[in-house]
Design a protein around this ligand. Structure first.
Ligand code: S3P
Length: 450
């Protein structure tokens, strides 16, 4: 168990304070950090990584890569070296692969193990043990993977025996999920043929981009209205490449919304990744009338990045279409917070996937809004939040975080502008994705207290 899981819950409260000001540099993107370790493992030689997110989730993936044969060293803050063993070179780990809270790490690594003639057991904390894994196991079984054991309903702990020669498959993902897509492609790396994934809605494309960057042959074509078809030629020799991890837009969401709702705020968030498959929240906030200026757009480390100048704004409610969900899937909790401070109603459509994140996020957000005195409704898969029309939510409640980092951060942001403080029941899981969150927010002026 890591520090983020051990000991007693640590409540933390946020109360209204002064306007936020200053410049912030966020940690590296979580999705790319996981993949940096994995691509390092799967190439022969040295992969140097700059700007790695040193959150618990990513450290779990690094530990799993070590257990499968990689040599991984931390050379300095965010600066890591991975000596990989290459596709086909993995060994069966001696220990259980404990992914803690990390859905992405565990699912992507199931793909990696699934493409090798090795056996491994995947496990994690109480949150991870509740998350559905059949969505990953089903396509892997089609590729020849054997599921040796699993907890009820296809959940962790799960033991799989990978396929020595994974069958090349064509797979249409039943839900829009970059994790499913990535697991199949990673298993397909060791397949003697072509692996094809079809998604009806495009999801984050970091795996495809990094495959190409490391020397694999990948073809990406549009599919239907919003979807994509990704074809990977198996058994490439991946060549180590330096990775500069861009700053995480999903972490940027928290200071961004905080600056919008705390009156008088004016902050600059530096070097945020602007991959269009990750910027749904930005699009939505701009539609709500947010004052966010995209400053100095540039191309760094294979991704578009920009600085974001965010000023306190009078927001208005909007209708967020369901097809936008994949590009902001992790940002709905904090969007619900922003919507509470808006004029009018915000309807967020198509949120069924939120039910299977680190917690049932749809319910956790609704319960948190209730604690803050905000009126909301859940209609099917939609969340409807009634804005306070110029007033501020009363606050004063204690929010149950259910081992979910984004629920904790969202309601700590909310408490920065509610009438009475907001408390989250446990801040420890914030370390899974954004270990510097509390100090960074305090640096901007947040009044957080235990
Ligand atoms: C991720 C994909 C998303 C997201 C998660 C990171 C990734 O999950 O929620 O935080 O890095 O591939 P799904 O693709 O399952 O929606």
């Amino acid at each position: 168990m890591s520090s983020s899981h051990s000991g007693l819950p640590q409540p933390l409260s946020a109360r209204r304070g002064k306007p936020l000001s200053g410049h912030v540099k966020l940690p590296g993107d979580k999705s790319i950090s996981h993949r940096a370790m994995i691509f390092g493992l799967l190439s022969v030689g040295e992969t140097m990584v700059e700007g790695l997110l040193e959150g618990d989730d990513v450290l779990r993936t690094a530990a799993a890569c070590r257990a499968l044969g990689a040599t991984i060293e931390r050379l300095g803050e965010g600066h890591w070296r991975v000596r990989g063993v290459g596709i086909g070179g993995l060994r069966s780990p001696d220990e259980i692969l404990d992914f803690g809270n990390a859905g992405t790490g565990s699912r992507l690594m199931m793909g990696v193990v699934g493409g090798h003639d090795i056996t491994a057991t995947f496990d994690g904390d109480a949150s991870l043990r509740k998350r559905p894994m059949r969505r990953i196991l089903d396509p892997l079984v089609e590729m020849g993977v054997q599921v040796i054991s699993q907890a009820e309903g296809g959940r962790c702990p799960i033991t799989i025996k990978g396929a020595a020669d994974p069958l090349p498959i064509t797979y249409s993902t039943p839900v829009a999920s970059a994790q499913i897509k990535s697991a199949i492609l990673l298993a397909g790396l060791n397949s003697p043929g072509r692996t094809t994934v079809i998604e009806t809605e495009a999801t984050r494309d970091h795996t495809e981009k990094m495959l190409t960057y490391f020397g694999a042959t990948v073809k990406v074509a549009p599919e239907g209205h919003d979807g994509r078809r990704i074809e990977l030629e198996g058994r490439p020799e991946l060549k180590p490449r330096p990775i500069m991890v861009p700053r995480d837009p999903s972490s940027a969401a928290f200071p961004m919304v905080a600056a919008l709702i705390v009156p008088g705020s004016d902050i600059l968030i530096e070097g945020v990744m602007m991959n269009p498959l990750r910027t749904g929240l930005l699009t939505t906030l701009l539609e709500m009338g947010a004052s966010i200026e995209i400053v100095n757009p540039r191309y760094e480390g294979g991704e578009d990045v920009a600085d974001l100048r965010v000023r306190a704004s009078n927001l208005k409610g909007v209708d967020v279409p369901a097809p936008r969900a994949p590009s902001m899937i992790d940002e709905y909790p904090v969007l619900a917070v922003a919507a509470s401070f808006a004029t009018g109603e915000t309807r967020m459509r198509g949120l069924n996937e939120l039910r299977v994140k680190e917690s049932d996020r749809l319910q956790a957000v609704a319960d948190g809004l209730a604690e803050a005195g905000v009126t909301y409704a859940i209609e099917g898969d939609d969340l409807i939040v009634q804005g306070m029309n110029g007033a501020v939510p009363g606050g004063g409640g204690v929010v149950a975080t259910h081992l979910d980092h984004r629920i904790a951060m969202s309601f700590l942001v909310m408490g920065m502008a509610t009438d009475k403080p907001m408390t989250v029941d446990d801040e420890r899981m914030i370390a899974t994705s954004f270990p510097s969150f509390v100090s960074l927010m305090r640096g901007l002026g947040a009044d957080y207290y235990a």
